[in-house]
Ligand binder design. Structure first.
Ligand SMILES: [Zn+2]
Length: 249
């Protein structure tokens, strides 16, 4: 009997995972959606990079903080949260929060990062609206997710797409074999992250401008993760993060 390879560290078709790229609309999205998974990956020696499409400059809850300060604050919070989970490489694309649309420029900018990082797996947000969890389907999330999957297929792997990437920047095509979709209406993978919950919560608390007023953050997160574990058929008391795994090569 052959053992099934660990789905965290191999794609469904058996490609070993060395590098993972998460493309997210806002600072804190990766920590809410996949903080435990990120920590599991880095603990296993996988190199994880973040690509944040906006600086989250429409976020925050404290009206006394000058709005012009928000991008700097949120970038610093995301770097701090990343450090807690073992992620050092954090790239910001600088698009405006709340105004994101799928554009040729956004597809090119994400394709650039894919060609630089050369990941075996990309984590992205669902471009499909999840009617059961409307807060997860922020329009920026859907636009970032849609642009990211278009960058995965076909742009980043097509040497003739965004020709300046190759001609001016010397970035060769890269084919990403697998994508994990966050907040999908139809998840097919429930990853047990019980051992990483304290790190996920610490990363979320590092987004002080977003979470410091949430007294029930721990209960809320444990509630969601417990629900997903149950949905995925994990034993009682376990916590899981849910994804839709898609073969892209
Ligand atoms: Zn968000």
């Amino acid at each position: 009997m052959t053992e099934t390879p660990d789905p965290l560290l191999f794609t469904a078709s058996g490609v070993p995972i060395e590098r993972v790229l998460a493309v997210m609309a806002h600072p804190d999205d990766i920590d809410f959606g996949a903080g435990g998974t990120i920590r599991a990956l880095t603990q296993a020696g996988v190199q994880v990079s973040y690509c944040l499409v906006t600086d989250g400059d429409a976020g925050g809850f404290d009206p006394t903080v000058p709005r012009s300060e928000i991008p700097r604050i949120r970038q610093a919070e995301q770097r701090a949260a990343g450090a807690i989970l073992g992620v050092e490489d954090v790239i910001f694309l600088g698009y405006r929060d709340g105004e994101l649309t799928v554009s040729h420029e956004l597809r090119r900018d994400i394709s650039r990062v894919i060609r630089q990082v050369r990941p075996q797996r990309v984590l992205l947000q669902s471009p499909e609206r999840n009617w059961a969890r409307i807060q997860a389907s922020h329009p920026d999330h859907m636009a970032a997710g849609d642009a990211a999957i278009q960058a995965v297929y076909p742009d980043a792997r097509n040497p003739f797409a965004h020709p300046s990437l190759l001609e001016d920047e010397g970035l060769e095509e890269w084919s990403v074999p697998e994508v994990w979709v966050l907040a999908s209406p139809t998840p097919n993978m429930w990853l047990d992250v019980t051992d990483h919950i304290d790190f996920k919560l610490a990363a979320l608390r590092a987004h002080e401008s977003q979470t410091s007023h949430m007294d029930d953050l721990d209960e809320r997160i444990r509630g969601w993760l417990g629900m997903w574990a149950q949905q995925g058929g994990l034993p009682d008391g376990r916590l899981a993060e849910a994804f839709m795994v898609v073969a892209t090569a």
